[in-house]
Design a protein around this ligand. Structure first.
Ligand SMILES: [Zn+2]
Length: 83
């Protein structure tokens, strides 16, 4: 009984807690920062809910546009080198 409880606590501690609300997230502590979802630079790991509050929809959309442009540029440079 006690062993099971300790195991449960250890399993939970493998995951990062949200820096804002303290709720455990589904991100493991050994996950590299740039592989993490909902990681806030300078603050730490946050849960999807708090991340949504920290990053309003318009900011997420802007980041997505930048990413699309970035890959678009890569595609263009690839076409040039093939020609
Ligand atoms: Zn949170």
């Amino acid at each position: 009984m006690v062993n099971r409880l300790i195991k449960a606590i250890q399993a939970e501690s493998e995951f990062e807690a949200c820096v804002r609300c303290g709720e455990p997230t589904d991100v493991r502590r050994d996950t590299p920062v740039d592989m993490r979802m909902h990681y806030v630079e300078g603050a730490g790991q946050s849960c999807p809910e708090c991340y949504g509050k920290a990053y309003p929809e318009n900011r997420k959309r802007r980041e997505k546009t930048e990413l699309t442009m970035y890959f678009g540029e890569m595609g263009i440079s690839l076409d040039v080198s093939l020609n």
